[in-house]
Design a protein. Structure first.
Length: 435
């Protein structure tokens, strides 16, 4: 048992937890960070995209020693059928800038590095420790935690819940509800290792340049989900994720979908000859703005995935996590500096600061999009990708058929698959959700 009292206890050492612990420790607060893994990142084999602007606001010189894989110069979007894809891509040499905007990272390595910075800032980081219970006083105010190490309670003025989307502390204490299956996606991912020069050749890269591919279509069998491919230095992260509710309803396993995605004729050549060394599954919050729980209370705040702060439409998670951790830490510091108690009224500053940030503005703007994509998943993830690819095939196949007949054939395919009223209705609903 740790007998001393802390200004803050941070539960979790992912992006949000490390950002919160580092920011508070750097400002002189007495911080204890508790992590159930052997070390920060030990349970995370996820590959990810790091957004430099958000990281710079926490550690301005992070590029000097952070374990970065490749800076991204190209983004590809694929709309897939079982044997084809129609693509959109953007590639720019402007991204070969002195301080690149986006990087691929391997979370196990990056989180471990980030945790070392938390320690350097002065926080006490204790790993292999599971927080089993939030300690509350007679009035319901959170005043500390209990852990599986036994020995009683550890007290603090405020507890920062950075426990991830599956965290049970907040739900057990009645601070928030367990996320619904429609609000969480299950993603599976593999790491395929290849020589650096082979990766650069296959993706048309040089040096530390990188490419990200994101794909939707029949690969998810009509479920709300997508596939993804990240180019790292000496490995390729490939994976696929769908809503948990869709997996439950369909009975299809994530592993089956991933295997089919990997064998697709557009994907298989990128992975050919690779050695698979890691396979993992993880849950991702997908509920958007409407699924965000209460973010603060007497003696506590919640950040990152535990707060459903993930922009699924723009595939942004890590930047929202670390930004929410930083903002929560800054709010706690302001309350502490005024020598005010950590009441819900005072900690509401965190919510106000979050509302003023890009996080809430973006999530609120697209608040109806997750529900729309879920309700219309068969159309957006199955029917329309098939129609678009068939239209491209008809357009490009030269077989003596007059072009006017090809146009009629394409239009007939769209009408037979979906009424024009239905097509315009989906387009209208999508435009409204995107407005």
């Amino acid at each position: 048992m740790i007998d001393e009292k802390f200004d803050a206890i941070v539960v979790g050492a992912g992006m949000a937890g490390n950002a919160a612990a580092y920011t508070m420790a750097k400002r002189g607060l007495k911080v204890l960070q508790l992590e159930r893994g052997e070390y920060s990142g030990s349970k995370n084999v996820q590959g990810a995209i790091l957004y430099a602007d958000m990281m710079e606001k926490i550690i301005p010189d992070f590029r000097e020693d952070a374990p970065l894989e490749r800076h991204l110069i190209e983004q590809r979007f694929w709309m897939m059928t079982d044997n084809s894809h129609t693509g959109l891509q953007y590639r720019s040499d402007e991204f070969n800038e002195e301080s690149p905007n986006r990087y691929t990272i391997i979370r196990a390595q990056f989180d471990k590095w980030f945790s070392s910075k938390v320690r350097e800032a002065g926080a006490l980081v204790v790993c292999e420790t599971t927080v089993t219970e939030l300690v509350q006083d007679a009035y319901g105010k959170v005043i500390g935690v209990k852990t599986d190490r036994g020995g009683g309670q550890i007290h603090a003025d405020v507890v920062v819940l950075a426990e991830g989307v599956t965290g049970l502390l907040g739900t057990r204490a009645g601070l928030r509800k367990i996320p619904k299956p429609t609000e969480v996606a299950l993603a599976v991912k593999e790491m395929h290792f290849l020589p650096q020069e082979v990766i650069e050749q296959r993706f048309n890269l040089k040096g530390n340049e990188g490419v990200v591919i994101e794909a939707v279509g029949t690969i998810s069998k009509g479920m709300t989900g997508m596939g993804f491919i990240y180019s790292n230095r000496e490995c390729i992260s490939v994976g696929l994720g769908c809503l948990v509710s869709d997996f439950q309803a369909s009975g299809v396993s994530p592993y089956q979908l991933l295997e089919k995605f990997k064998s697709h004729p557009s994907v298989a050549p990128l992975l050919e000859g690779s050695e698979v060394k890691e396979y993992a599954a993880h849950l991702i919050p997908e509920g958007g703005y409407n699924a965000i729980p209460q973010l603060y209370g007497d003696g506590w705040v919640v950040v990152g995935d535990a707060a459903q702060l993930n922009n699924a439409i723009h595939r942004e998670g890590s930047n929202l996590a670390m930004t929410s951790g930083r903002i929560a830490a800054e709010a706690v510091f302001q309350v502490k500096s005024r020598k005010d108690p950590m009441t819900a009224q005072n900690l509401s500053l965190y919510k106000k600061m979050l509302d003023d940030s890009f996080i809430m503005k973006d999530l609120k703007k697209y608040k109806d999009m997750p529900k729309l994509l879920h309700i219309q998943s068969q159309n957006f993830f199955l029917t329309y990708p098939q129609l678009v690819n068939k239209a491209m095939e008809n357009y490009l196949r030269v077989d003596g058929t007059p072009k006017k007949e090809k146009q009629k054939l394409t239009m007939k395919s769209f009408v037979s698959a979906r009424s024009w009223a239905g097509l315009f209705g989906d387009a209208f609903r999508l435009a409204r959700a995107w407005r």
